[in-house]
Design a protein around this ligand. Sequence first.
Ligand code: ADP
Length: 662
Amino acid sequence: MPAAPTTPNESKRLAALRSYNILDTATEEDFDELTELASAICSTPIALISFVDKDRQWFKSRHGLDVSETDRALSFCAHAINSPTEILEVENAKEDKRFMDNVLVTGPMDITFYAGVPLVDVSGAALGSLCVIDSVQHKLNTIQRKALKTLARQVIDKLELRRKVVELDNTRTRIQRLNELLVAKEREATQIIEHTPTAMALHIGEDMEIRFANKMMLGAWGKDERVFGMNFKDALPELDKLDFPTTMRQVYRKGIHYEQKEAHMLYMHYGKLKEFYYNYAFTPLKLSDGSVWGVLNTAVDVTDIVKSRIAVERAEEQLRLAVQSAQLGTWSINADTYEFDASERTKELFGFLPDEVITYEAAVNQITEEYRDKVKKTVEAAIKENRGFDMEYAITGLHNGKLRWVRATGKLYSSGDGKAAQFSGTLSDITERKQDEQRKNDFIGMVSHELKTPLTSMKGYLQIIGQRANKLGDVPIADFTKKTQRQADKMQALVTGFLDVARITEGKIHLNNDVFDINDVMRAAEDELRVNCKGAHITFRLCDSLLINGDKDKMEQVLINFINNAIKYSADEPEVTITCSKDGDNALVIVSDRGIGIPAADIPYIFDRFYRVENTHVKMISGFGIGLYSCKEIIEHHGGTIGVKSEPGKGSDFWFSVPLSK
Ligand code: ADP
């Protein structure tokens, strides 16, 4: 038996069939009613709604048949659809050449009669057929044919309806999904608006009704949600003076964006008059035709930023005035590149013209030779080790050749944002002070020098008088002479001290270079003091031999100075202990007393020239504040260090440490 030829527009037909999504769906009463009716009208036991798929025919409804589908090659309907406008009626298939050997005819299904009306949809595609089948021969009458055609149309109508319902369902599902999406988006948008650090409000209409405001805006206004729906003016009388509604109305009418930066506002906020700075904007919200439907008010509170900037500007101005009135120069060195930035005053101090470029090297070049290297090294070390910088040095002016003394102080400022740190500071002219010091020094040096010779001859005469008085047995004169001699010794010590200071300041300190044991210095001091300090308890604790390189007399001078001070600044019965020890590669000498001690605030200055602690105790003890200064210079000239640990009322430990001889 030949299979029905495929329809000429098969792919289109199949696409149309698929568009109904009907294949392999469950049975539906609507369709079953139609097959039942067709079977009844045509008096056949079987009626089917059959759809012709690519390789099979599938029955949406099958009245009187158990099979749900058959091969397309066996299909009667596949024949029927080739003539979409006609009924295919086979009165006796057993005698019809087209079907006589069809297994549906010869087999257990035993088809004899077949009549099928093609199911043609609105697009003209023949999807299948509504057919009636019997195992006995039939011939349909006109009424039956007409009824079968009507029922076939009903099938198509139901199919269309079914598709519409499915489409409708899909559309409804889509709309529902869109709605959910819309609700989610709205929720997201509301959350974003609520949590944004920008205050936002939406105003509608000429009176700028408040339709919505986020928490930030309500906070800025000092209001709550009760203002929603109110006119701006009625809701916010506190802002009347700022006249926002007028501006907003302009934006509303003209459709032009308006904004203000750092606008200053003063208004009552939660019952208190407060000052604010705001960056705010009014943006017209437009429909697609360009008409404005509302105004969006956004505002950012920049009060803290503006106020701190104003404070910084004010501080900068004050600093500028202070720097100006103190005639300070300012400078800054890039810690990486050594790029140098100098104020006009700094340039002036270095002898540059105000509009001249001054580099770090050029500035260093103007420092006198004596200080140049020291300044460079100190600057470099201060930058590297993040230390403070405080130096006095002399400069020869570039153009004027003028010699000036300056004091430079500086500090490393790290930027903290990955940029290079800046080593910045000030420069002050100390020429006058230096000249004063120089004059003072010259004077001290000259006077001391002038006193030295008469004092020496005076001491010589006193010695002779003393010897004579002893010889004559004149005890009172011998005694007076001794006392006078002691006073002359004190005077000589003072004069020597002043001469030392003058020499040190001039840089003329001279040191012998011998190798000696530190214990010898201790012994010499002990001998000297045994004669002069009878009332004090002085304990010397010698150590193993420690050889050092330098000037033994000067070292002894330092030690005696420490011990004399320990006695001087102690109560009636001074207790002084002197120890020496090895401390790494150094010899360490400590002079401990249980005297008045030194306040912490004075300790950093104690080794400065002419420095004395200012208190009633010290005032009663004579001195010039030059002993420790000389000691420091002597120790440092030996490459050593000097210091003190002290507590007021408990005593002091003065120490020095000098390198051991190699
Ligand atoms: P002078 O003793 O002549 O004042 P110095 O340079 O020797 O000068 O000492 C400076 C200052 O240090 C003293 O004026 C005193 O205030 C303080 N000082 C020094 N040694 C001691 C000490 N052992 N105990 C307490 N204060 C001391």
